[in-house]
Write a protein of this length. Structure first.
Length: 187
């Protein structure tokens, strides 16, 4: 697994094939950043269920201003921290060893919000994507013009709207899909 482009292009990232982590494939990651384009430059990104950190590290390599990772699995945290070190442990990175649900529900101790881009890759078998969307919508995690991207099984259809989150795009890559939501203002 490697960083695809930017200042860290080609940097090898740690990944243990025997772990419970299902990293975003290189093809999906490349497509994601192609779709984000210039949105990444200067953005603050929140990476929920961060795993190895590959998405956030790619964003930082491509010019994100700040990246916050949230992960609570000990084995994932070890890989994430090692990958941050491999990329020079830049000060623009914050790793929060916390349960995502707690992080979203309780804003105290949360870094400055809202975020310009929020990427979430919950465990595929969790069945909690709508709960995740609801918490993100309710708790001001996403900026007014922000983008939320959820990676999920392509067989799982996500709702058109949850609170202030409006789905505007979905792309499928085999067993995986990326669904894009924008933050809409109440009328």
């Amino acid at each position: 697994m490697r960083v695809i482009a930017g200042t860290q292009k080609g940097r090898r990232l740690l990944f243990s094939a025997g772990s419970h982590i299902r990293p975003t494939s290189g093809r999906v990651k490349e497509a994601l950043f192609s779709m984000l384009g210039a949105h990444t430059r200067g953005a603050s990104l929140l990476d929920l269920f961060a795993g190895t950190g590959a998405i956030g590290l790619e964003a930082l390599s491509r010019g994100a201003r700040r990246v916050v990772f949230v992960e609570n699995s000990e084995s994932s945290l070890r890989m994430l921290r090692e990958n941050v070190k491999r990329c020079g442990a830049p000060p623009e990175i914050t790793v929060i060893p916390r349960n995502v649900w707690h992080f979203l529900r309780f804003p105290q101790g949360r870094p400055d919000t809202p975020f310009d881009i929020l990427f979430a890759d919950p465990p595929y078998r969790s069945g909690h994507i709508e709960k995740l969307l609801s918490l993100i919508s309710q708790h001001g995690t996403l900026a007014a013009e922000g983008l939320l991207i959820v990676e999920h099984p392509s067989s799982a259809g996500l709702p058109l709207q949850v609170g202030r989150l409006l789905r505007f795009r979905e792309v499928r890559y085999g067993d995986s899909a990326l669904t894009f939501f924008e933050h809409v203002q109440p009328s």
